[in-house]
Design a protein around this ligand. Sequence first.
Ligand code: SAM
Length: 292
Amino acid sequence: MSENERTASRTAVLVCQGRAVADGRAAVGRFADPVAVRLLRAEERTRVDEVRAGTPPQGWQERTAYESVRACAEVVGPRTVAIDEALRAHPTGQLVILGAGLDTRAWRLPELAGTDVWEVDHPASQQDKRARLAEAGPELPTTARSVRFTPVDFAVDDLGAALDAAGHDPAAPTTWLWEGVVPYLTRDQVRATLTALTARTAPGSALVVNYQTPSPKATVGRLLARLLGNSVTAGEPWLSLWKPERMAALLTEYGLHITSDDDLRTLARSLGTPARSRTSLDSGRVAVAERR
Ligand SMILES: C[S@@+](CC[C@H](N)C(=O)[O-])C[C@H]1O[C@@H](n2cnc3c(N)ncnc32)[C@H](O)[C@@H]1O
């Protein structure tokens, strides 16, 4: 299968399941995602229900999938809070979500009422999301001013041309969100994406980026999950991991000024959310950078 022919992202579903598990449980008052469960299919919801009930299924494969969703819920709680708060702090009127997956912000954040949202994603993943939204029906209205679906494969397509065609204004400030995507891109693809986005990043813009730092434990964990039959992470291998100092140097090179860069374990601790999945929490980070 070539890059362009690949199927919809399964890690996007996993992250959505994590948010559905965490909804109403973790960091109540700071985190809520009642929309996530509505984008899941019956079998995917069953796993969410099992994790919420704390009743693991029988069988290796089922148990591995259960543990992935449980661990993911611990990671996405603090990650979502950090990102939602960064978006609230940078209300520019244009929000571009890169690798949007089953992101629910345009359907759950009232603060986006005056914001146009571009959901950029691989064509296969975006088609899958649109089918899920259609299944959820008209009773799932958007809370954003508009949502424009913009299919882009970062490995081959021209992000700038796609955003031009979708009506994004490069001269006006933009808030960029890049959550859970950087590890799935090569270093060259990360650079190409930054080149395209910083060419349309007016002063007053901000980039919120979630990335993974190198972690031998996390790499071994993914390998083990793969051996135990977890096809979700096996199908979407990590291609680039960044130490904080390398990410800082990269963003600085592209004219962005980092205002914060926190690891998810520190965020989880400050929120009092569960932190059994230490390795994932330690290696995941959320950075905010501004163009001044
Ligand atoms: C782990 S999911 C994260 C989804 C969402 N940002 C979130 O945090 O819920 C990874 C996303 O990156 C997207 N992605 C990975 N490689 C891509 C590529 N080459 N071009 C476009 N999107 C890509 C996938 O389609 C998927 O939606």
